[in-house]
Design a protein around this ligand. Sequence first.
Ligand code: CO
Length: 142
Amino acid sequence: MKLGRLNHIGVATPSIAQAIVHYRDVLGASDITAPFDLPEQGVKVCFVNTPDGGTQIELIEPLSESSPIHGFLEKNPLGGQHHVCFEVADITQARVWFEAQGKRILGPTRIGAHGTPIFFLHPKDMLGQLTEIMETPKVTHD
Ligand code: CO
């Protein structure tokens, strides 16, 4: 397996609406997607784009108290960095690669916020960093 591009950094927030204002007004972000719900994952997300197709910030707000992000925000009330996401060419091959190294994969491969297959690796097997692996979108990044 070959490591692909750093697609996004996941940032948890108690309020996507307030986080959007922060990225726009404090950091000068001019290209932020509209928020949308991912009910299967219990979250609402939106993407802050950086220029020239650079790495995105994925803002993540819990949809309910059963969301995995809810527990994170209890420990980190302001929000903060939650995961990093790397692209790979072939998600099935990547899964086999990590499993062969005894890395714990959290749940099944599923469709992520970019509409391509993803899975997460346990932070304790990844130097403390919750790591998302996503298949590179075939056409464009958005
Ligand atoms: Co993500």
